[in-house]
Design a protein around this ligand. Sequence first.
Ligand code: 5GP
Length: 207
Amino acid sequence: MSEFRGLIVAVSGPSGVGKGTVLARVEELLEQANPGSVGHSISVTTRAPRGQEKDGVEYYFRTTEEFEQMIKDGKIVEYDKYVDNYYGTPSEPLAEMVGKGQDVLFDITIEGSLALNRKFDVDTVTIFILPPSMEELENRLRGRGTETEEKIKKRLEQARCEIKRAGEFEYLVTNDDLEKAAREILAIITAEKLKASKNIKAVKELE
Ligand code: 5GP
């Protein structure tokens, strides 16, 4: 077992901002530097699978009744409703991964990130990803080609509300360039791990 607990990297940002792609690149860079250092949390959702999505890969797809039962049984550490569906983080795998010293990257809603930060304060860093502009965000949402016009409008409306809350996060990263955004998140992770409060043991050993 690792001497250090892993870091929970809670990342939020509007739908279409590219969180998934940026986080996949961050994960790749972390794995290159230290293989096996990243844990993967698979969320549970009540929304229907999109395109080629498979149960147990992108998400665990469950009914509302099943999801509500998981909440009652204490199997969900945080959850939120987004565009009429539940999304939540299973508790047990997260505790296990962080306990083993693995870092876990999360692409979750604002409430989800803030809830993780409240529950696991010292182990969590919160990052909000901003789009370069609202026009660019709209183009990216339309480019997906998987949503109806009504759903795109709803996501854009939600995006404007979410961006207003960016200041509740510890760090802000603008995704105008994938590689740059990924390296900035890597720098944040490195800085968090170097915090004196997390490394006091190293000082004691030198005394
Ligand atoms: P999508 O339907 O596009 O896959 O995801 C919609 C939203 O749900 C995204 O903003 C994503 O970040 C969020 N989300 C995914 N998994 C979780 C989760 O476990 N908890 C919370 N709070 N949000 C999640």
